[in-house]
Design a protein around this ligand. Structure first.
Ligand code: DGY
Length: 438
């Protein structure tokens, strides 16, 4: 083979988003994920923004049209039913219009809106869209800081692994093991295995527990307070908390840009509370890596996953965490494995238990770059480029040999290509600052 291996990938990435466009929203991957997913959609909008800004804004506005009256933004919006997915709207039975699930997902929206607004070529359209979205973003964040932090402790809780987006992360093994499927668990048939090899997906035992929690939340009529009080799965997820803190910072920046200054004291209070609460609760003293905390068991779980590096995105990554990231990246051919190679939980091809996720590389890459670790950011970007050039826009990749895994024609992988890998240096959000480790 000769020539540039990345030639034509921009056009192919655009083609992926167009193929996954269902009119106002983008499915993560045809077949496997046939609806609108919350954080997929916001990150996919960054990709759309690189070639069709109006369509990018519409993506986020369509998601927020499904916001619940209490401010929650659901993790899936079922604009129309699809028999190829389980659990669909009939199982969730939230009674909402449009139909949606009854749990949420990491709140990347405010960060995406800020990113899109600051880079907009069509500033008038962007400002109008950001103005419409601002109160909705504020309401969602307020919901997190009240419904999911009822005691005002500075961290938000998560009631289902699907809320973290990292469904079968080994961090959830212990808290999920404490979820006992009831004898009357409704029989179900998985559909994901019709699309992806079972060895690359969560196990049956995990699905039984995912469904046990869904059944419980349905019985509780999706009452937030009841869900937090009664869920046997109750964790402090480093990814959700880091992303929320970052999103609060971006929301404050939006409030300044949009002249929404009345909201600032409240947002600043959320930020200050999180900055105080998160590091002592989540950071492993030796490595600086943020690790999930199990509130039912009352302990930090001590499980190492790439989610812990999102501390950088929150602006709280310590210098020793950069050294940890370097070592972790050195252990595989392609960075960054979701679980460190050599860890007993490492499973190179199974979803969130080992594979490299371009979207995680993007979020961690931005965080490290903005924190001054430019070399690390460049490394994550380079490996992401190599994986996509080799295997296409796959959902995730084997960190040892680069094999593409999971869904194909994957929306947020294409978006990460457009918005990060294929951007000039100045737009990557990862340049200029000197790298303290260099
Ligand atoms: C799935 O179906 O695998 C999703 O991750 C749930 O949101």
């Amino acid at each position: 083979m000769s020539g540039n291996p990345t030639a034509g990938l921009r056009e192919r990435a655009i083609a992926v988003l167009r193929a996954n466009d269902r009119g106002g929203y983008t499915v993560p991957a045809a077949g496997l994920y046939p609806f609108q997913w919350n954080w997929d959609s916001c990150l996919v909008a960054l990709g759309w923004a690189c070639f069709d800004e109006a369509r990018a804004w519409r993506e986020i506005e369509t998601l927020f049209a499904a916001q619940w009256p209490d401010g929650m933004v659901p993790h899936i919006v079922f604009h129309r039913d699809d028999p190829g997915y389980f659990p669909g709207p009939g199982v969730w039975a939230t009674g909402r219009e449009p139909a949606s699930s009854g749990i949420t997902q990491p709140p990347v929206a405010a960060s995406c809106v800020r990113w899109m607004l600051e880079r907009a070529r069509d500033r008038t359209t962007a400002l109008a869209a950001a103005r419409r979205l601002f109160p909705k973003l504020l309401a969602w964040h307020a919901w997190f800081h009240s419904a999911r932090d009822p005691e005002g402790r500075g961290f938000v809780v998560t009631v289902h692994p699907w809320e973290t987006g990292m469904d079968n992360s080994p961090a959830w093994d212990a808290p999920l093991a404490a979820v006992a499927p009831p004898p009357d668990l409704a029989p179900y048939e998985r559909r994901d295995l019709a699309h992806v090899d079972a060895a690359q997906r969560p196990t049956r035992a995990e699905y039984d527990r995912y469904m046990t929690l869904v059944q419980l939340f349905r019985e509780l009529a999706y009452d937030s307070a009841e869900m937090v009080a009664r869920s046997p799965f109750l964790v402090v997820d480093p990814a959700t908390n880091a992303i929320l803190l970052r999103a609060d910072r971006d929301l404050a920046a939006l409030a300044e840009i949009l002249g929404e200054r009345a909201a600032l004291p409240r947002i600043r209070a959320w930020i200050a509370r999180a900055e105080t609460a998160l590091p002592p609760l989540l950071a492993d003293p030796g490595s600086g890596l943020w690790q999930a905390f199990d509130l039912r068991a009352g302990r930090r779980l001590g499980v190492r996953t790439h989610a812990g590096f999102l501390a950088f995105l929150a602006g709280l990554g310590e210098t020793r965490l950069a050294a940890t990231l370097d070592r972790w990246a050195d252990a595989t051919r392609y960075a960054l494995s979701s679980v460190p190679a050599g860890d007993p939980a490492f499973d190179r091809r199974r979803y969130w238990r080992g594979p490299v996720w371009p979207v995680a590389n993007f979020l961690i890459g931005r965080g490290t770059g903005e924190s001054g670790h430019v070399r690390l950011a460049a490394r994550l970007r380079r490996d992401t480029a190599a994986l996509v050039a080799r295997g296409g826009f796959r959902e995730y990749f084997d960190p040892l040999d680069g094999t593409g895994l999971g869904g194909s024609g994957f929306g947020w992988t294409a978006a990460v290509w457009l918005a990060w890998v294929d951007q000039p240096e100045r737009d990557r959000g990862s340049d200029e600052a000197p790298d303290p480790l260099k």
